[in-house]
Ligand binder design. Sequence first.
Ligand code: GRF
Length: 233
Amino acid sequence: MRAGQIQYSFYTFQTCFRRSLCYSKPVSNKSRLGVLGSGKGSNFVAIANAITTGKIPAEVALVLSDVESAGILSHARARKIPAKFISPGKFRTKLDEDAERAYVGALRKARVDLIVLAGFMRVLKGEFLRAFEGRIVNIHPSLLPSFPGLEAWKQALDHGVKETGCTVHFVDAGVDAGAIIGQQTVPVLNGDTPETLHQRIHAAEHELYPKCVAAIARGEISIVGRRVIWKKN
Ligand code: GRF
């Protein structure tokens, strides 16, 4: 391992992230995931299925949602995974301070190693980011850094790109801005509508997200500056 290279491990990553140089052992036992989502939860299902079939050496310790009726909660409960609605508080696009505290408390109590955002429609800030610095991942429906923000598939279609896709990335204080872990491309076809393109991107997400979470859980990635290096590539 070269100087400046960080080998990823849930247990040491926080410290390493600050020092930006670290030597650590890969994760050996099962990682505990905390999954946050606001919607139907198809990415959660893809990850849960990959865990069941042994592709990800992890368990989902807790699923949280800011939407009481979100499908992701029903999917988790159907699998007997602890799942909880926690009210987001008074803001529309972020958690208020009490909610932030409640989310962090629940995730700490569940002893999660990695936070997996699967369609969580609120920007994480302050205390949440500090509590899980370098241990939060997200999936975004475009090839970042193109088309951050909402309805990325529609942005791509309106812009006229011939290829778009999805990106799994670490979460930092920016919007869809953290280090990129993995990307999968999707062609834009002549007859595409926002809906057909979104569907194709969604299918790609269900392949990409489990692969990225598995690589993290197995300690198979390291970070050099903004670059995430896959050991098996
Ligand atoms: C996905 O398109 C993801 O890229 C975005 O939110 C959507 C979540 O979908 N962040 P689902 O709830 O996992 O089906």
